[in-house]
Design a protein around this ligand. Sequence first.
Ligand code: GLU
Length: 270
Amino acid sequence: MVPRWLTRALTAAGTAVAVLSALAGCTAHDSGTITVGVKFDQPGLSIKKPDGTLSGFDVDVARYVAGRLGYPPDRITWIEAPSGQREMLLRNGQVDYIVASYSITDARRQRVDFAGPYLRTGQSLLVRADHDDITGTASLQNHKKLCSVSGSTPAQRIKDRYPGVQLQRYDTYAACIEALRNGAIDAVTTDDVILAGFAAQSPGAFKLVGEPFSTELYGIGLKKGRDGLRDRINSAIAEMENDGAWRTAFLANFGAAGISVPAPPPIEQP
Ligand code: GLU
Protein backbone atom coordinates (compact mmCIF):
# COMPACT_ATOMS: atom_id res chain seq x y z
CA MET A 1 0.00 0.00 0.00
CA VAL A 2 1.30 3.46 -0.86
CA PRO A 3 1.09 5.85 2.12
CA ARG A 4 -1.46 8.59 1.64
CA TRP A 5 1.05 11.40 2.12
CA LEU A 6 3.15 9.97 -0.68
CA THR A 7 0.17 9.64 -3.01
CA ARG A 8 -0.74 13.27 -2.34
CA ALA A 9 2.77 14.44 -2.98
CA LEU A 10 2.96 12.50 -6.20
CA THR A 11 -0.43 13.68 -7.39
CA ALA A 12 0.81 17.18 -6.87
CA ALA A 13 3.76 16.33 -9.01
CA GLY A 14 1.45 14.81 -11.62
CA THR A 15 3.19 11.46 -11.61
CA ALA A 16 0.95 9.36 -9.36
CA VAL A 17 -0.58 7.36 -12.16
CA ALA A 18 2.72 6.32 -13.65
CA VAL A 19 4.25 5.41 -10.30
CA LEU A 20 1.19 3.55 -9.05
CA SER A 21 0.87 1.51 -12.19
CA ALA A 22 4.57 0.69 -12.04
CA LEU A 23 4.14 -0.41 -8.41
CA ALA A 24 1.21 -2.59 -9.43
CA GLY A 25 3.40 -4.16 -12.09
CA CYS A 26 1.17 -3.02 -14.92
CA THR A 27 3.60 -1.28 -17.17
CA ALA A 28 4.86 -3.56 -19.84
CA HIS A 29 7.89 -1.50 -20.72
CA ASP A 30 9.70 1.31 -18.96
CA SER A 31 8.95 3.54 -21.91
CA GLY A 32 5.27 3.56 -20.94
CA THR A 33 4.12 1.91 -24.12
CA ILE A 34 2.59 -1.47 -24.77
CA THR A 35 3.57 -3.61 -27.74
CA VAL A 36 0.81 -5.44 -29.55
CA GLY A 37 1.06 -7.99 -32.38
CA VAL A 38 -1.54 -7.92 -35.16
CA LYS A 39 -1.82 -8.88 -38.82
CA PHE A 40 -1.12 -6.12 -41.35
CA ASP A 41 -2.94 -7.57 -44.36
CA GLN A 42 -6.31 -9.04 -43.42
CA PRO A 43 -9.07 -6.61 -44.46
CA GLY A 44 -11.94 -6.49 -41.97
CA LEU A 45 -9.81 -7.98 -39.20
CA SER A 46 -6.59 -6.06 -39.30
CA ILE A 47 -5.12 -4.07 -42.14
CA LYS A 48 -2.37 -1.50 -42.38
CA LYS A 49 -3.58 1.28 -44.63
CA PRO A 50 -1.34 3.25 -47.02
CA ASP A 51 -1.20 6.13 -44.50
CA GLY A 52 0.29 3.70 -41.97
CA THR A 53 -2.74 3.51 -39.67
CA LEU A 54 -4.34 0.20 -38.74
CA SER A 55 -8.00 -0.73 -38.82
CA GLY A 56 -10.17 -3.80 -38.37
CA PHE A 57 -12.00 -5.81 -35.73
CA ASP A 58 -8.83 -7.28 -34.19
CA VAL A 59 -7.30 -3.80 -34.08
CA ASP A 60 -10.40 -2.43 -32.33
CA VAL A 61 -10.25 -5.26 -29.77
CA ALA A 62 -6.51 -4.69 -29.26
CA ARG A 63 -7.03 -0.92 -28.80
CA TYR A 64 -9.93 -1.37 -26.40
CA VAL A 65 -7.90 -3.77 -24.28
CA ALA A 66 -4.88 -1.44 -24.29
CA GLY A 67 -7.14 1.40 -23.17
CA ARG A 68 -8.41 -0.63 -20.24
CA LEU A 69 -4.83 -1.48 -19.32
CA GLY A 70 -4.05 2.23 -19.22
CA TYR A 71 -2.50 2.74 -22.67
CA PRO A 72 -4.13 5.29 -24.98
CA PRO A 73 -3.74 4.72 -28.75
CA ASP A 74 -0.63 6.90 -28.97
CA ARG A 75 1.17 4.61 -26.51
CA ILE A 76 0.62 1.40 -28.47
CA THR A 77 3.49 0.06 -30.57
CA TRP A 78 2.18 -2.25 -33.29
CA ILE A 79 4.21 -5.19 -34.56
CA GLU A 80 3.27 -7.47 -37.44
CA ALA A 81 2.51 -10.98 -36.19
CA PRO A 82 2.27 -13.41 -39.14
CA SER A 83 0.61 -16.77 -38.42
CA GLY A 84 3.87 -18.71 -38.31
CA GLN A 85 5.63 -16.32 -35.92
CA ARG A 86 3.09 -15.68 -33.17
CA GLU A 87 4.32 -18.15 -30.52
CA MET A 88 7.93 -17.07 -31.14
CA LEU A 89 7.08 -13.35 -30.77
CA LEU A 90 5.36 -14.04 -27.46
CA ARG A 91 8.01 -16.36 -26.08
CA ASN A 92 10.81 -13.93 -26.95
CA GLY A 93 8.95 -11.11 -25.22
CA GLN A 94 8.85 -9.02 -28.42
CA VAL A 95 5.15 -8.31 -27.89
CA ASP A 96 2.97 -8.03 -24.78
CA TYR A 97 -0.05 -9.60 -26.42
CA ILE A 98 -1.26 -10.70 -29.84
CA VAL A 99 -4.69 -10.11 -31.38
CA ALA A 100 -4.28 -11.71 -34.81
CA SER A 101 -7.03 -14.17 -35.81
CA TYR A 102 -5.27 -16.44 -33.33
CA SER A 103 -7.17 -19.67 -32.65
CA ILE A 104 -6.90 -21.16 -29.19
CA THR A 105 -5.63 -24.74 -29.57
CA ASP A 106 -4.17 -27.31 -27.19
CA ALA A 107 -0.95 -27.45 -29.21
CA ARG A 108 -0.45 -23.68 -28.91
CA ARG A 109 -1.35 -23.77 -25.23
CA GLN A 110 1.79 -25.82 -24.66
CA ARG A 111 3.81 -22.76 -25.61
CA VAL A 112 1.70 -19.66 -24.88
CA ASP A 113 -1.35 -18.59 -22.85
CA PHE A 114 -4.60 -17.13 -24.12
CA ALA A 115 -7.16 -14.63 -22.84
CA GLY A 116 -10.66 -14.80 -24.29
CA PRO A 117 -11.95 -16.15 -26.59
CA TYR A 118 -13.45 -13.00 -28.10
CA LEU A 119 -14.75 -14.35 -31.46
CA ARG A 120 -16.02 -17.64 -32.86
CA THR A 121 -15.53 -18.46 -36.54
CA GLY A 122 -14.84 -21.51 -38.69
CA GLN A 123 -12.70 -22.71 -41.57
CA SER A 124 -14.22 -22.22 -45.00
CA LEU A 125 -13.32 -22.02 -48.70
CA LEU A 126 -13.01 -19.06 -51.07
CA VAL A 127 -13.03 -19.51 -54.86
CA ARG A 128 -13.22 -17.21 -57.88
CA ALA A 129 -16.77 -16.00 -58.45
CA ASP A 130 -16.98 -17.66 -61.89
CA HIS A 131 -15.72 -21.02 -60.68
CA ASP A 132 -18.17 -23.86 -59.89
CA ASP A 133 -15.92 -26.91 -59.41
CA ILE A 134 -15.50 -26.55 -55.69
CA THR A 135 -18.69 -26.37 -53.72
CA GLY A 136 -17.49 -27.57 -50.34
CA THR A 137 -15.04 -29.95 -48.69
CA ALA A 138 -16.51 -32.95 -50.57
CA SER A 139 -15.11 -31.56 -53.83
CA LEU A 140 -11.58 -31.08 -52.55
CA GLN A 141 -10.10 -34.49 -53.19
CA ASN A 142 -9.41 -34.33 -56.92
CA HIS A 143 -5.95 -32.81 -56.60
CA LYS A 144 -7.34 -29.35 -56.19
CA LYS A 145 -4.75 -26.68 -55.46
CA LEU A 146 -5.51 -25.02 -52.18
CA CYS A 147 -3.65 -22.16 -50.56
CA SER A 148 -3.34 -21.46 -46.87
CA VAL A 149 -0.71 -20.04 -44.53
CA SER A 150 2.26 -21.68 -42.80
CA GLY A 151 1.73 -22.15 -39.09
CA SER A 152 -2.07 -21.82 -39.31
CA THR A 153 -4.71 -24.24 -38.09
CA PRO A 154 -6.48 -24.40 -41.50
CA ALA A 155 -3.30 -25.51 -43.28
CA GLN A 156 -2.76 -28.20 -40.65
CA ARG A 157 -6.36 -29.41 -40.92
CA ILE A 158 -6.12 -29.77 -44.71
CA LYS A 159 -2.87 -31.67 -44.38
CA ASP A 160 -4.33 -34.03 -41.74
CA ARG A 161 -7.80 -34.64 -43.16
CA TYR A 162 -7.72 -34.02 -46.92
CA PRO A 163 -4.70 -35.89 -48.25
CA GLY A 164 -5.91 -35.60 -51.87
CA VAL A 165 -5.44 -31.85 -51.86
CA GLN A 166 -2.34 -30.13 -53.20
CA LEU A 167 -1.71 -27.71 -50.37
CA GLN A 168 0.39 -24.64 -51.06
CA ARG A 169 1.56 -22.83 -47.96
CA TYR A 170 2.30 -19.11 -48.28
CA ASP A 171 3.34 -16.63 -45.60
CA THR A 172 0.17 -14.55 -45.72
CA TYR A 173 -3.45 -14.87 -46.83
CA ALA A 174 -3.00 -11.75 -48.98
CA ALA A 175 -0.46 -13.72 -51.06
CA CYS A 176 -2.95 -16.61 -51.34
CA ILE A 177 -5.63 -14.20 -52.56
CA GLU A 178 -3.36 -12.89 -55.32
CA ALA A 179 -2.63 -16.48 -56.41
CA LEU A 180 -6.36 -17.18 -56.48
CA ARG A 181 -7.03 -14.03 -58.49
CA ASN A 182 -4.46 -14.92 -61.15
CA GLY A 183 -5.49 -18.57 -61.37
CA ALA A 184 -2.37 -20.17 -59.84
CA ILE A 185 -4.55 -21.93 -57.27
CA ASP A 186 -8.17 -23.14 -57.11
CA ALA A 187 -9.21 -21.99 -53.63
CA VAL A 188 -8.03 -20.30 -50.46
CA THR A 189 -8.90 -21.87 -47.14
CA THR A 190 -8.97 -20.24 -43.73
CA ASP A 191 -11.49 -18.79 -41.27
CA ASP A 192 -14.66 -17.44 -42.84
CA VAL A 193 -14.26 -13.95 -41.34
CA ILE A 194 -10.86 -13.62 -43.02
CA LEU A 195 -12.20 -14.86 -46.37
CA ALA A 196 -15.27 -12.60 -46.13
CA GLY A 197 -12.99 -9.60 -45.49
CA PHE A 198 -11.01 -10.30 -48.67
CA ALA A 199 -14.20 -10.96 -50.68
CA ALA A 200 -15.67 -7.61 -49.54
CA GLN A 201 -12.50 -5.83 -50.63
CA SER A 202 -12.86 -7.08 -54.24
CA PRO A 203 -16.59 -7.05 -54.97
CA GLY A 204 -17.61 -9.60 -57.61
CA ALA A 205 -14.22 -11.35 -57.75
CA PHE A 206 -14.61 -14.15 -55.19
CA LYS A 207 -17.24 -16.20 -53.35
CA LEU A 208 -17.34 -18.29 -50.19
CA VAL A 209 -18.53 -21.87 -50.77
CA GLY A 210 -19.80 -24.67 -48.55
CA GLU A 211 -20.34 -24.61 -44.82
CA PRO A 212 -17.66 -23.83 -42.23
CA PHE A 213 -15.94 -27.11 -41.31
CA SER A 214 -14.25 -26.28 -38.02
CA THR A 215 -14.75 -24.14 -34.96
CA GLU A 216 -12.07 -21.51 -34.41
CA LEU A 217 -12.12 -19.54 -31.19
CA TYR A 218 -9.96 -16.43 -31.36
CA GLY A 219 -7.96 -15.69 -28.24
CA ILE A 220 -5.53 -12.98 -27.24
CA GLY A 221 -2.10 -14.60 -27.03
CA LEU A 222 0.20 -13.93 -24.08
CA LYS A 223 3.51 -15.15 -22.80
CA LYS A 224 3.04 -18.10 -20.46
CA GLY A 225 2.68 -17.20 -16.80
CA ARG A 226 1.46 -13.61 -17.18
CA ASP A 227 -1.68 -14.50 -15.25
CA GLY A 228 -2.35 -11.01 -13.91
CA LEU A 229 -2.27 -9.56 -17.40
CA ARG A 230 -4.49 -12.36 -18.71
CA ASP A 231 -7.10 -11.67 -16.01
CA ARG A 232 -7.13 -7.97 -16.82
CA ILE A 233 -7.46 -8.68 -20.55
CA ASN A 234 -10.36 -11.04 -19.83
CA SER A 235 -12.09 -8.28 -17.86
CA ALA A 236 -11.50 -5.83 -20.71
CA ILE A 237 -12.99 -8.26 -23.27
CA ALA A 238 -16.06 -8.76 -21.05
CA GLU A 239 -16.44 -5.02 -20.70
CA MET A 240 -16.16 -4.49 -24.46
CA GLU A 241 -18.87 -7.09 -25.04
CA ASN A 242 -21.15 -5.59 -22.39
CA ASP A 243 -20.87 -1.89 -23.22
CA GLY A 244 -21.75 -2.27 -26.91
CA ALA A 245 -18.26 -1.55 -28.27
CA TRP A 246 -17.79 -5.16 -29.42
CA ARG A 247 -20.95 -5.09 -31.50
CA THR A 248 -20.16 -1.64 -32.90
CA ALA A 249 -16.69 -2.83 -33.90
CA PHE A 250 -18.08 -5.96 -35.56
CA LEU A 251 -20.62 -3.99 -37.59
CA ALA A 252 -18.09 -1.31 -38.57
CA ASN A 253 -15.60 -3.87 -39.85
CA PHE A 254 -17.79 -6.64 -41.25
CA GLY A 255 -21.00 -4.82 -42.13
CA ALA A 256 -19.84 -4.45 -45.74
CA ALA A 257 -18.99 -8.16 -45.90
CA GLY A 258 -22.62 -8.92 -45.09
CA ILE A 259 -21.95 -11.12 -42.05
CA SER A 260 -24.56 -10.78 -39.31
CA VAL A 261 -23.26 -10.04 -35.83
CA PRO A 262 -22.62 -13.29 -33.96
CA ALA A 263 -22.91 -13.76 -30.21
CA PRO A 264 -19.49 -13.48 -28.55
CA PRO A 265 -18.27 -16.84 -27.22
CA PRO A 266 -18.09 -17.28 -23.44
CA ILE A 267 -14.76 -16.21 -21.93
CA GLU A 268 -12.81 -19.14 -20.47
CA GLN A 269 -12.33 -19.20 -16.74
CA PRO A 270 -8.67 -20.08 -16.18
N1 GLU B 1 -7.36 -18.89 -36.91
C1 GLU B 1 -6.40 -19.65 -37.61
C2 GLU B 1 -5.08 -19.72 -36.91
O1 GLU B 1 -4.94 -19.18 -35.86
C3 GLU B 1 -6.21 -19.12 -39.02
C4 GLU B 1 -5.97 -17.66 -39.12
C5 GLU B 1 -4.53 -17.25 -39.09
O2 GLU B 1 -3.67 -17.96 -39.65
O3 GLU B 1 -4.25 -16.20 -38.51
O4 GLU B 1 -4.15 -20.33 -37.36
